[in-house]
Write a protein that binds this ligand. Sequence first.
Ligand code: FO1
Length: 313
Amino acid sequence: MSGGGITYLSGGVGGAKLALGLARVLPPEDLAIIANTGDDFDHLGLRICPDIDTLVYTLSERANLAQGWGRQDESDGFMTAMRELGGPDWFFLGDRDLAMHVERTRRMRSGERLTEVTAALAGALGIGPRILPMTDTVAPTIIETVDGPVAFQDYFVRLRAAPAVTGFTLHGGAPQTPTAEVFAALEEPAMVIIGPSNPFISIDPILHLGGLRDRLRTLRDGGIPVVAVSPIVGGDAIKGPTAKMFRELGTDPSVTAVAERYSDIVSHLVLDTADAGAVGTVTALGIQAPVTPTVMRSVEDRIALARQVLALG
Ligand code: FO1
């Protein structure tokens, strides 16, 4: 199916930014995006898929860029009414965003796979590239903390990622398999790109799928570029708890720490210019370390980074 195409592994915010850059420079049929579904959960009777939502809103130019998740032009009538009723209001569902979750849930209840639902909803919003949920089965990430195990959105939103992390239970402890569409996108790609997403909670859930990590290693060892973009820049994360998680797990957040996590599968780790001094330690791990600006503030930045990454192929 994807012979010669680009297969991109993505979480939410940071991953979606580069997804937009790639979507702007590649023909739609040449880009398949594998989305983490470890953040997904049922809330108020609805199936919520935050990383898919962020990708869909970003690629359809509807994302609330300042906030990093959710839609532009959002209103809060539903949440206000929910609060009046004394219902749960810790997880914000905007009025327009609500339509996404209601329609997704309706379709899934009628028997459609998440892959099919995502294709239909992304198509309805005019998105060309394929957005492929990593699996059609339930694969929740559980955050192990000093206070015990916490469901992903409880940790991330309700507890504001405050409890110190001691580890992660991926796929709820029962490893899941990728969809046929994901396998097909990794059949004979021209290149695999791992987005600048959190390695622990955005990329590892994808790599943990049965056979996937081995598939990337086989591709790399067969000469296909497997290129990760570092989510750590100058010892910190652009957004979110990535650096905090590295520290809590006993490692200094650095591009070298990222390289070590991916050393069995990647051919390249793209470093920001702020990390040019670390090229030697990354290449010592057998990974090429091209240096380019990776902080994506504007759409032009996203396109420029996409071009730089694609040029490695
Ligand atoms: N993140 C928040 O910090 N607060 C919210 O209330 C919230 C609501 C929400 C609703 C739909 C959706 O798709 C995402 C939402 N997010 C919210 C983002 C999300 O919880 C996280 O950013 C991701 O799971 C981490 O990648």
